[in-house]
Design a protein around this ligand. Structure first.
Ligand SMILES: [Zn+2]
Length: 228
């Protein structure tokens, strides 16, 4: 294969083209800023899927005219205007109808209730357990039994509500060293947590099925209280 490296990396580049890229990029960048200001959004710490879609649409309309001599800027401005109109219309209807809002933005999802996973949550396509455990560790949560309620918000953030120290129950540990000691046959009687649903219970020697979800993989349960 005979690759033309000059075409891949340089192409038709010359001083006047570079100057044009410079001017085009500045104009497009300012336009994007103006459009984002017009959208009324305050910041972008967390975006819902709907907002990510808007950003992608804006980005692709903004990118091409920055360096493509065949793309004048005005068509992109029209695309911007249409995107902002769509955004405004959708957010207007979302503010009027909760059903419509759920359709566009998704719904908050209960993940933990009373120190256990909500049944069926592991089959939900929006739920990734590893990510969720990482989020719990970021909040210095040691096990599920410290958490009364956890809700996965539509922005991807997770809201945690904790048990008070006296209310903490036995729970599934989320620290990797403890969680990875999984057992299918219990060696000695103790409190164990189901790795699938987080149900914590006293188990006898031998194989045990979880009475809540019928899975049979266990980790030793812990009942430490939150230290911060
Ligand atoms: Zn279970």
């Amino acid at each position: 294969m005979n690759l033309n490296w000059n075409e891949i990396f340089v192409g038709e580049l010359n001083i006047s083209y570079i100057t044009e890229i410079f001017i085009r990029t500045i104009i497009m960048f300012i336009l994007v800023l103006v459009i984002l200001r017009l959208s009324g959004k305050k910041g972008v710490r967390q975006l819902s899927l709907f907002e990510v879609a808007i950003i992608i649409a804006l980005g692709s309309a903004a990118g091409d005219p920055m360096f493509n001599q065949e793309n004048p800027i005005l068509p992109s401005v029209i695309v911007f205007a249409i995107i902002i109109i769509i955004y405004r219309i959708i957010t207007y209807f979302a503010s009027k109808s909760e059903k419509f809002e759920d359709l566009v933005e998704g719904e908050p999802l209960y993940v933990i209730e009373e120190g256990q996973f909500v049944l069926g949550i592991k089959n939900d396509h929006t739920f990734a357990k590893d990510e969720f455990f990482a989020e719990m560790r970021q909040e210095s949560i040691e096990h599920l039994g410290q958490v009364k309620t956890a809700i996965l918000e539509t922005t991807g953030n997770i809201s945690f509500y904790y048990f008070s120290d006296e209310e903490v129950v036995y729970g599934l540990p989320v620290l990797p060293k403890a969680y990875n000691k999984k057992l299918t046959t219990i060696v000695y009687e103790d409190m164990y947590s189901c790795t699938y649903c987080g149900n914590s219970t006293l188990l006898q020697k031998g194989p045990n099925d979880c009475k809540r979800c019928n899975h049979n993989e266990w980790v030793k349960a812990i009942k430490t209280v939150r230290t911060i």
